[in-house]
Design a protein around this ligand. Structure first.
Ligand SMILES: [Fe+2]
Length: 346
């Protein structure tokens, strides 16, 4: 039975090779030490980067030169005072004063609360949020940094950490996967040094020879790595790894409210460890990740007219369906309907 299972893994490997599948642990072929010695993983990294460059060539027309330049140099863009003050106030009011269908995920000493957003549900009741989700400038920037077109997933996200054992796996510098993906945060309140600010290593999105060498080294041991996230393709990097790759020290985004950050999370990033017992961060979060080998920017399932209005709902539906088949895990536990912050609302 075990043999049959492994044979099946090898059989589907050519299809997985040209997908976003990233686990070394769960596929015998993609995790194979021999194949990775021959350069399988590095080939995927290089090929995916080429395809992203190709698609970005078309997506670049939609964004300002300053965005293109910031991305090329650093792997992220940061824009303070992104929204007009009355718009930000409108979003804050809608976020804090409404009851939401809340979901939670605990990772070590961090609790992430999330509300998956659908444009259709917001149009009448939450006009400021709705307009933010339809902001063409924002969407173009996310697509450019992700290196792919399509409909990003939006959510209200609140992060509560304590200064306990710091066992949140997101607090270690890591890449999300082997190819470009975009994550965006519009911070609704000031993020101080105590409130687990986002951290990024500038320039770590670039596939330098040193980075590719590091990727190669990881690919030989990833399959049996003790840390499950690493074994599943989200490689963790130590500060000495970062220095050996010739990269600078990480930058911490302790920023005022109304700051927008969009980052390519192939670059090394993390949450900074909490420095207070009640660290709290709240943001509108977006992510965009699709098959990295697509030669086109469009043809996105989530951009279909009747689906794009319900992007959050469809994501949850698919997650639930796939978790039923054992293909994915549904990490978001339904908490029920309540405010994102019970105390101290506004
Ligand atoms: Fe990450």
């Amino acid at each position: 039975m075990r043999l049959l299972f492994v044979a099946l893994q090898w059989l589907i490997a050519p299809v997985l090779f040209f997908s976003g599948y990233k686990s070394f642990r769960d596929n015998a072929a993609l995790g194979s030490v021999r194949l990775n010695q021959w350069g399988l993983h590095v080939l995927r990294v290089r090929l995916a980067a080429r395809m992203a460059d190709w698609r970005r060539f078309f997506l670049a027309r939609q964004v300002e030169q300053s965005v293109r330049q910031a991305y090329q140099e650093n792997g992220f863009v940061i824009q303070k005072d992104f929204l007009a003050e009355p718009t930000l106030e409108g979003i804050r009011r809608e976020v804090f004063e409404s009851d939401w269908q809340l979901r939670e995920m605990r990772q070590g000493n961090a609790l992430t609360s999330k509300v998956f957003l659908d444009r259709a549900n917001l149009a009448k009741s939450h006009p400021h949020l709705h307009d933010f989700l339809c902001n063409e400038d924002l969407l173009a920037q996310i697509r450019f940094i992700a290196g792919i077109g399509g409909e990003p997933l939006f959510a209200i996200q609140a992060l509560s950490c304590d200064d306990g054992s710091q066992t949140d796996p997101q607090m270690v510098l890591h890449q999300d996967t082997f190819h470009s993906t975009a994550k965006a945060w519009l911070f609704l309140e000031e993020v101080s040094e105590e409130n687990c600010p986002f951290t990024y290593v500038p320039g770590s999105h670039i596939r330098t020879p040193e980075r590719l060498q590091w990727e190669y080294a990881q690919s030989l041991t990833a399959r049996s790595h003790a840390l499950i996230y690493h074994a599943r393709g989200s490689f963790r990097a130590s500060l000495s790894d970062i220095r050996l790759m010739g990269l600078p020290e990480p930058v911490r985004f302790a920023v005022p409210a109304n700051t927008l950050v969009i980052a390519d999370t192939f670059g090394f990033h993390s949450r900074s460890p909490a420095m207070s017992k009640s660290a709290f961060r709240i943001e509108i979060y977006a992510s965009l990740r699709r098959n990295p080998f697509l030669p086109w920017t469009g043809l996105d399932f989530f951009s279909l007219p009747f689906i794009r209005q319900y992007r959050g709902r469809w994501t949850l539906r698919l997650l639930t369906l796939f978790s039923r088949f054992g293909w994915m895990r549904q990490p978001w536990r339904l908490v029920g309907r309540r405010k994102v912050r019970i105390t101290d609302a506004l």
